[in-house]
Design a protein. Sequence first.
Length: 308
Amino acid sequence: MPVFDGERFLDEALAAVCAQDADGLEILVSDNGSTDASLEIARDWAARDSRVRVLVSDVNRGGTWNFNRLLEAARAPLFKWAPADDVIAPSFVSRCIETLSAEPLAVAVLPRTVYIDEAGAVIEERQDLELGLDAPSPHERLDRLLSGMVAHVMYGLLGTETLRAIGGVRRGPGADWAIGAQLCMLGKIVLVPEQLMMQRRHGGQSNGSGAEIVAWDNPGATGRTVSFGLANLSINAALASAVRSVRLPLDERTRCAATVLRTWTLPRLPGALATDVFDMVGATWPPDWVRRWRAARARRALPVGADG
């Protein structure tokens, strides 16, 4: 569990991890120079539960460093990154292991997911019963990953050595997409049909802009380094790099590259370019006047009395 200033939800997240019904867990918490009570919360859990081991950094070395530090320190054959603001069901690990055992050629297993709010109430259920990440060919699985917007594969249960072999988390925007793409090109990703992963949505999260992601990755970055964190360009570069990094026959590698272009790059190209340009100059896309116009048009389209 990587954490930086995550005191608000850390206790709940650790309680969920420590409540797993599987045996033999190693629970690592890596505190990345937190300035709040995160380290104290982690150490309190370590004092109560011998499975919890706390790794400490005196300064914030960046989110990528913290994620990879946990991967380097892990000693178990299976691995999960557990965000410090998410919650998992008590049977998360055991059901993932059962499912993975039934699919020996799978490289990862992913339970179904719901989104929760700050209070833990479910606000949305992902339509993820038929993700298709176990399709027979790499390019088919990659197409399902991208078209289904499945960016959270890295939070499933994964093989430790497989993650190390693909280099862990890369720096910059698109790291989550790159891990998912690499894994689904390497082998099948199987689904646990139960909703066992609760991803939290709250006001303290990143807005996903390139500048925020660069600052998360490199807390000391300033000026043009942050301004030129072009998220959409970086995601496309990460996906292209993922295709190059996986050893595949030439014809299948070509199909995977074409899949990235057809399913991801080309459909998003105009909006992605606009978003990156606006992000570069510190503005937002669409511009505020477009947002206001869309909101006014939506209000005019409402039937009388529909707005309460």
